[in-house]
Ligand binder design. Structure first.
Ligand code: FES
Length: 239
């Protein structure tokens, strides 16, 4: 059975030591072995002090986002065989404080996310049964609805590093998600928020956030919101 080498950037702020790479041999037990399987193998069999997050193992919870062989990926849906090499280099998400090894502090990501009210704000009293949406209106959401809050786009964005107040790609995508929702009643407040000093105009169009493991497209959403704002300025009022 062949082995893969997992080279992991390790760091424990309490140790007094700086960050360093440590290599581990992981047996390639089956063709479908994922990077998360490999990390679990290391944790259970080689070094119980390795820190990383995971939960669903199904690309749903977003907790296993990390930088794997030069790209932002989810460890649970990245098969080692898909990397076309048996040498795997893993780092924590960039631009975020490392708590230990591959675990980063996501507080600033969640603070921005909460600021944009990432939930439906209904514009009318509750109906007797449900808020009906036409099929066409629902299809509008297909390209913005699958965010799992993994933080990959936030970590990839150079502006989030230089401007701590910038809302960042995930929160701006969420604004687009709700201004595209026919049931939401806070369109005006949402795009006014996006028009603020730390909203869409702070984006430098670097496109680094086009790294979503769920194949969402934050630059498209940012451009979409900018178009709405321009239309609003030219035509006045509305959403
Ligand atoms: S463990 Fe949930 S997304 Fe990977």
């Amino acid at each position: 059975m062949a082995d893969a080498t997992f080279k992991i950037l390790r760091f424990d702020p309490d140790s007094g030591k700086g960050p360093y790479f440590q290599a581990f041999r992981v047996p390639l037990e089956n063709k479908g072995l994922t990077v998360l399987d490999g990390l679990n193998h290391i944790l259970e069999n080689i070094d119980g002090s390795l820190a990383f997050r995971s939960s669903c193992r199904a690309a749903v919870c977003g907790s296993c986002a990390m930088h794997i062989n030069g790209k932002h990926r989810l460890a649970c849906n990245t098969q080692v065989s898909s990397l076309n090499t048996q040498s795997i280099t893993i780092r924590p998400l960039a631009h975020l404080e490392v708590e230990k090894d591959l675990c980063v502090n996501m507080d600033q990501f969640w603070e921005k996310y909460e600021l944009v009210r990432p939930y439906l704000v209904p514009g009318s009293p509750p109906p007797e049964k449900e808020r009906i949406q036409s099929q066409e209106d629902r299809e509008e959401l297909n390209v913005v609805i699958d965010c799992i809050q993994c933080g990959c786009c936030y970590s990839a964005c150079p502006v989030t590093l230089s401007s701590k107040e910038y809302l960042g790609p995930a929160a701006l995508l969420k604004i687009d998600r709700f201004v595209s929702d026919s049931r939401d009643g806070a369109h005006v407040q949402r795009i006014e928020q996006a028009d603020g000093p730390y909203g869409v105009w702070r984006c430098h169009n670097v496109f680094a956030c086009q790294c979503c493991p769920k194949e969402l497209d934050p630059p498209r959403s940012i451009a979409h919101v900018k178009r709405r704002l321009m239309r609003r300025r030219l035509l006045g009022g509305g959403k």
